[in-house]
Design a protein around this ligand. Sequence first.
Ligand SMILES: Cc1cc2nc3c(=O)[nH]c(=O)nc-3n(C[C@H](O)[C@H](O)[C@H](O)COP(=O)(O)OP(=O)(O)OC[C@H]3O[C@@H](n4cnc5c(N)ncnc54)[C@H](O)[C@@H]3O)c2cc1C
Length: 260
Amino acid sequence: MTETEIPGTVPERFRPPTRFAVPGRIAVSERTASRWRTATLTEIRRETPRAATFRFAVPDWSPHVPGQHLMVRLTAPDGYVAQRHYSIASAPDDPGHFELTLDRVADGEVSGWFHTVARPGDRVEVRGPLSGFFAWPGDRPALLLGAGSGVVPLMSMVRHHRARGLSVPLRLLVSARSPEELIYAREYGAETTPVFTRSAPPGVPAGRMTADHLAPLFDRRPPGGWEAYVCGSNSFAEHASRLLVAAGQPVDRIRIERFG
Ligand SMILES: Cc1cc2nc3c(=O)[nH]c(=O)nc-3n(C[C@H](O)[C@H](O)[C@H](O)COP(=O)(O)OP(=O)(O)OC[C@H]3O[C@@H](n4cnc5c(N)ncnc54)[C@H](O)[C@@H]3O)c2cc1C
């Protein structure tokens, strides 16, 4: 199983040349990955009691590939700097704009600022889009498994699939603690199966994702099989990838993004 690559953390000499990259890896331009740009917050939308979407405008924004993320940098008036990775939630066909969805982490420095201080008109710095590995250009059947805010890069894939009217199969299994905590709940369609771990609607059992959730997707596997994308906490990534392997998914076709 291969981890996502976070550009900037691996010394240049250790990186494989792009031309020998694993199949499906998207080439990420070093220039795009290393250049800081100013993004202006234009809108804030509440998704759940703990999560909100932040829409930004950036002149000449290079469209991302669904699944990619950004580095966001905040600088305090005294020069203190904090930077964090955030997945892009929006579809690529959104000229000059991108959207992030942030969970509010208790005592979180950066997520706390976004949720309590940020207002439309505020500016932050961004670098990216990053990651050539956890990216889906819409060219192969995709099986997406996410938990909590791990659904964010997967939603970019779902939105891209819809916006382009793609016919390639795409399915999303998304885990949340309760219906109230299900991010993007209003947007899901027939492609999505929600799984509720703590409290579920009447008649739906609450509990973790199981082999039973995956079985129908492997009974009717598309020709050529699935490319699996898993995103969430470390424990969810372990759990979901074990379920996938047990269901028959080849390990080299499981792409994992861990939010830590
Ligand atoms: C590639 C990548 C993409 C990401 N995309 C998203 C995204 O789309 N949306 C999103 O909300 N987050 C995302 N994250 C997580 C994000 O980068 C931050 O780690 C998170 O927002 C917390 O930062 P903070 O400054 O608010 O908290 P910090 O000040 O860094 O941490 C405060 C406390 O919270 C704990 N903590 C830190 N991160 C988490 C976490 N993720 N969950 C629970 N506890 C935590 C710390 O251990 C600490 O005790 C992504 C991470 C990666 C690596």
